[in-house]
Design a protein. Structure first.
Length: 120
C-alpha cells in the first residue's frame, strides 16, 4: 500500500470543505422562509450522504469509491444545470458563489480521480 501524497491530502480536504460548504448553503436556503424548501434540504442531504459514502470507512462501499466519486461529480453537475433551468441563471449572490463552489468541487473530484488512476 502506497502512502498518500500531500497533494492528494490537500485535494481531499478541499473536496470535504467544498462539499460541506455547498450542503450548508443549500440548508441555509431551505430555511429562509416560513415553510422549508424540501428540494434544498434533499440537495444538502444528498451532498452529505455522497461525501460520507466517499470517505467514511464503510467496508461495504470500499470497492465502489470511484463510482461514488463519479456519482458526486454527476450530482454536482446536475445541481448546477437544474439551477440554470429553474432560475434562468438569475439568483442571489450566494447562489452564484455556490455555483463557483460546485464547479471547483467537480474539478477537485476529477483531480482526485486522476490520482486514483495513477496509483493503479
Amino acid at each position: 500500500m502506497t502512502s498518500i501524497r500531500p497533494a492528494e491530502i490537500a485535494v481531499r480536504v478541499a473536496i470535504i470543505i467544498l462539499t460541506a460548504a455547498t450542503a450548508i448553503i443549500h440548508f441555509r436556503q431551505a430555511f429562509l422562509f416560513l415553510i422549508p424548501d424540501i428540494l434544498f434540504v434533499l440537495n444538502g442531504l444528498g451532498y452529505l450522504g455522497l461525501l460520507a459514502a466517499l470517505y467514511l470507512p464503510i467496508p461495504q462501499l470500499s470497492g465502489y469509491k470511484n463510482i461514488i466519486r463519479f456519482v458526486l461529480i454527476g450530482y454536482t453537475a446536475l445541481t448546477i444545470i437544474l439551477w440554470f433551468v429553474i432560475t434562468g441563471g438569475f439568483g442571489t449572490s450566494i447562489a452564484y458563489i455556490d455555483k463557483v463552489i460546485e464547479a471547483v468541487l467537480i474539478v477537485m473530484l476529477a483531480i482526485e480521480a486522476r490520482f486514483e488512476r495513477s496509483r493503479g
